[in-house]
Design a protein. Structure first.
Lengths: 198, 290
């Protein structure tokens, strides 16, 4: 893809926001490319991790947030482990996704945010993840209700690998504390994002 | 007698039931006491740490606080749960701001006193290979095993307290202690695609297919794993990969706990092999293990 660097596209505050939220020094990256070489998902990404790091250094937020890179990060931590500048690159990718979902930037993926929303709702109301409910709700919302139902889902059911009902925290006090904790988490996260310049 | 807090994780009551069954049987036999953590909640997995870093640390915090208060090390058989617990412990031990934020949210502060262990390393380090060898009743002679570690059992090294990142050997040595042979192969720590199995299926089929075909080419009879997500991708997606590539793979995927169970003399029914998609019984019978 051809890139034109124009002054109006740069935003230094962007790099600082990412550095502040991820607590990683992105300016340390010297473009060795080890992260991209080891990344199992690089073949699917618009920009490999090395390029993404450079784009953040330059403050090119539209390129970073508009690309699918962070959404294809599978959190395997290979880049983080191998980085000679000790940047937790996987954490940077997480931060980009957190920033996008907080509503300041474009969310350039549909599947993962839907999946996460259902996952966290399941976790919020039961304390544990209800796998059957998660898969079925995800399939319905993503307009593909019969995905993996035949033969995989049916076989899983016959092998007794699917719990039909959700498991709850079986103690009302612990459940109440859990629900309360969740509402506090939401509040705290919003406060943190608001503190950035964006 | 080793006493450990047990954090089974959500998958072990559903898609990875056989991992839970075999772990409990094997630990009881070996004399490892597992105390299930009271009212444990999900670790939040990837969905939490890409949505909110407060949630990613607060969700495991309760479990860590329990371990700290009771002074019991905790173990998880799931690599993702282990990783989230260990990373939350590491983050709160090194990042004062996060420790305070999580303290406010949870209502109690965590002081960094918990110890988090992966189940595979409990067998290797806490229990010890010599003790394990002494317990073997039925050596797994002639079985060629590829040990698959996946991502989060060894990475990142400072969190997992682990130095052999690119070529870990602890699971190989455990399997060798049970009498089996291990093969040298290149995909030990490559990623299987994990939870992308539902959202980005095509990518998972490629990653998992590469892992399976490398193990096959290197002469493995079975792959041993210690993570419910690795198992789900390698086992239940295997037929789909075979159909897509037109090549037969037929590699059974066995949990480390089931492997130990076999060496301790348990049968296929005890280890719940009927829940697997690729049936391990045939290979094990050929080798005279079952």
């Amino acid at each position: 893809m051809k890139q034109y660097l124009e002054e109006k596209n740069f935003k230094q505050g962007f790099r600082k926001d990412v550095e502040r939220l991820s607590k990683q020094k992105i300016s340390n990256c010297y473009q060795c490319g080890k992260c991209s070489a080891g990344c199992p998902m690089a073949f699917k990404m618009d920009y490999p991790p090395t390029m993404t790091m450079r784009l953040i250094q330059l403050g090119l937020h539209d390129e970073v947030m508009g690309s699918n890179t962070a959404w294809y990060c599978v959190s395997c931590e290979t880049c983080t482990t191998r980085c000679p500048r000790e940047i937790d690159i996987a954490k940077v990718m997480d931060t980009l996704k957190i920033m996008a979902q907080a509503g300041k930037y474009e969310v350039s993926d549909t599947e993962i945010p839907i999946f996460d929303w259902i996952f966290l709702k399941s976790l919020q109301y039961t304390g544990k993840v209800y796998e059957l409910g998660l898969i079925m709700t995800y399939n319905i919302i993503s307009l593909n209700p019969f995905k993996d139902v035949f033969p995989l889902g049916l076989q899983m059911f016959l092998k007794g690998k699917i719990a039909l009902f959700p498991h709850f925290i079986n103690d009302p006090v612990a459940m109440w504390e859990h629900l309360e904790m969740f509402s506090k988490i939401h509040k705290k996260q919003k406060e943190k994002i608001r503190e950035t310049n964006g | 007698m080793v006493k450990l807090g047990y954090f089974p994780g959500c998958s072990l009551s559903s898609t990875a039931k056989e991992y839970d069954i075999s772990t409990r049987i094997v630990c009881e036999d070996l004399g490892i006491e597992l105390v299930e953590i009271p009212h444990w909640v999900c670790c939040g997995a990837t969905s939490a740490h890409i949505t909110s870093d407060i949630a990613a640390n607060a969700l495991p915090a309760k479990t860590l606080i329990w371990a700290e208060k009771n002074n019991i090390p905790i173990t998880s058989p799931c690599s993702a749960c282990f990783s989230r617990l260990a990373i939350a412990h590491h983050t709160m031990a090194t990042d004062e701001e996060m420790r305070k934020d999580v303290g406010e949210v949870v209502g109690e502060e965590y002081h960094g006193g918990a110890k988090v262990l992966h189940l595979a390393r409990v067998f290797y380090e806490t229990y010890g290979l010599e003790a394990l060898k002494a317990k073997v009743k039925k050596p797994l002679k002639g079985l060629k095993v590829a040990s698959y570690y996946g991502c989060l059992m060894t990475r990142p090294p400072e969190v997992c307290d682990f130095d052999r990142i690119e070529n870990p050997m602890f699971m190989d040595k455990t399997v060798q202690a049970l009498g089996a042979e291990t093969v040298k192969w290149g995909y030990k720590t490559e990623c299987c695609g994990a939870a992308f199995s539902l959202t980005k299926k095509e990518a998972v089929l490629k990653l998992t297919g590469d892992i399976l075909s490398d193990a096959k080419e290197c002469g493995a009879d079975v792959i041993v794993v210690a993570c419910p997500l690795c198992h789900a991708n390698l086992d239940s997606r295997q037929r789909e990969i075979e159909r897509k590539s037109g090549k037969k793979i037929g590699l059974p995927i066995i949990y480390i706990s089931q492997m130990i169970g076999l060496a301790l003399g348990y049968n296929a029914l005890d280890m719940a092999f009927k829940k697997h998609f690729v049936d391990p019984v045939k290979v094990l019978k050929e080798k005279g293990i079952l």
